[in-house]
Design a protein around this ligand. Sequence first.
Ligand code: PHE
Length: 496
Amino acid sequence: MFGSRSLAGLGNIWRFSYMCYDNGGGAFLVPYFVALITTGIPLMILEYALGHKEHGSSALSFAKIGRRHEWLGWWMPVFVMFGIMLYYSVIIGWCANFAYYSLSLKWGQDAQAFFYKEFLGLSKGVFNLGGIRWPIFISTLLVWIVTWLICYKEINHGIERACEIFMPALFILTLVLVIWGVTLPGALNGIKWYLKPDFSKIWNLKVWVAAYGQIFFTLSLAFGIMITYASYLPEESDLVKNALITSITNCGYSFIAGFAVFSVIGYMATTKGVAISEVIDKGPALAFIVYPEAISLLPMLNKLFGVLFFSALLIAGLSSGVSLVEAMNSAILDKFGNRHQLTRAKVVTALCGCGFLGSLVFTSGAGLFWLDIVDHFITQYGLVVAGLLECIIVGWVVKAYILRKHINEVSSWKLNKAWDFMIRIFTPAVLLYMVGSSLIGEFSEPYGNYPVAALLLLGLGWIAATIVLAVAVTIPKWEPNKLKYERRPEEDHLIV
Ligand code: PHE
């Protein structure tokens, strides 16, 4: 959701927890905060400034920089819409399922077995789809219908209002879990594991790449969302302050939620008598095992708490989904709106229809495998590469100091040349090094022990397909006045 951009998405709870667990807890936190400072904040300022200065969706903003660079402005929302969003909507669906299961604490004594066997019906491998899981199918369908309704009827105000209530609620519920969690036996071991940097793992490049990817994901950087959002901000907007508050509160929230996750993991390890790193399976299921466990462990009102917690998470996810459909819609209307008499209604219907069809495979018994592979490649190579190219184009073609001048005209906290250095040299160099070496690593050690064919097809193939699509929509010419257009017309205010 544009208006509630500083608030949480599923990335804070669902993705952060398993990234952190898979990458060694404390070993992950250091790179995570380094990534926030060296890439997250500078890029957030860049995206705000670009959209605000160019007054356009990501596609229009990059086309204004130069037609040669326009494809990047398409590629970002395209690979998010036809990559991330396809499985993200299924995870929003899981939240709906779990809100319902909370009514009876259906996961019982063994949340892990419930999740994999009963809920997901996990198949034997990537290419063994194992049929549609109907409860997941239904919730995913509902997610797309609601997303479509919100965008179609332009009732984004409604969801924004809902976010105003549900996001603080989500934060408070998380705090309750944190406070209760730390009193559990063994919780402190979990927290120690979470906070104590493990220097033997910290130099592992994989951990760094995962941390950088997570920063892109959680801050919606290189999604096209922030650029589009900023294009609708009033002329006098404090870009630096906005960007800083958005980034820091977002990551701060994930950090706090981590205490709830790791106290419960510490507790589970103690009761089962196993090591923390072995108590639970690695991968994207973690939040849907640990949070149900945590909810069952509460001393009272467990069911009510579960319903509220998963509903709040559902709203957080929905609002992120809507913001993305809006960003894609905005790019399409900017370029093709007038010429092809496209309306918002037609565009969002087509997007949500395609989105739903694309999500289907993730509702199958092999959905978790597909999700894991597509997410790994799109986040590490899609988001990070798009961020890298963004730095180069803005830093060298637009010239960082010109954008900085624009930023300083409207912001109360002024940027100095250090920002130019970050955007032009430091951040792209770090990202390039990481992408390059991790790509090489990809060949020597196949991700997650999946078959190489699956990795090539679902990972690199998926990315390649989105590049082709982005380039294809770049080819048609713009209406001549569009690229000169300075400001969004007043009445064209985005409903947020
Ligand atoms: N920042 C969002 C999150 O953390 C990521 C996202 C946005 C995903 C929009 C999909 C669509 O959840």
